[in-house]
Design a protein around this ligand. Sequence first.
Ligand code: HEC
Length: 156
Amino acid sequence: MRNQVIPFLILASVLGGAGLVMAEHVDLPAGPIRDRHELMEGIGKNAKIIGGALKTGKLDPVAGAAAEIQASAGKTLALFPKGSTDPKSRALPKIWEDWAKFETINKEFEAKAGELVAAAKSGGDVGAAADAMFGACKSCHDDFRKPEEKKDGGKS
Ligand code: HEC
């Protein structure tokens, strides 16, 4: 298995350049900030599995990876307690200023991950379901995550 960058634009924009390639373990404070970093890394890993499966057309791993993403989505909100900011975190204060929207996007994200599991299990339109899920990653990151510093954007 080659371990290469997924060519899908939307996925690339979600994962960013450096962010995905093995967290050079930034020393984040123990607790929710570090835990959500690890949670997101896990989501990123599974997203990459899904992207790779779509690329090769071998869709077997999709249902399992999407189920893991769905489970992670269920844990996300608890890892953003009020005030959990840090200079090394990319979480924007807007998360807490507009918690209702953050929560809504996360609920949609969780639902889309569930729809992707269902599509993969039933032989449905996995590509469309994956796009919809990745769209939720992107809309949350666009609104609530600080852009990566040295890169000029990663916006599609
Ligand atoms: C509800 C909002 C939301 C959704 C949905 C979401 N993310 Fe994130 N993600 C964030 C926030 C906020 C951060 C930054 C957290 C921090 O730095 O404290 C982040 C960080 C990340 C990181 C960087 C981890 C790190 O700290 O280096 C990756 C990779 C990532 N997300 C991938 C994904 C993928 C892939 C999806 C969809 C399959 C996704 N995210 C869905 C909000 C979200």
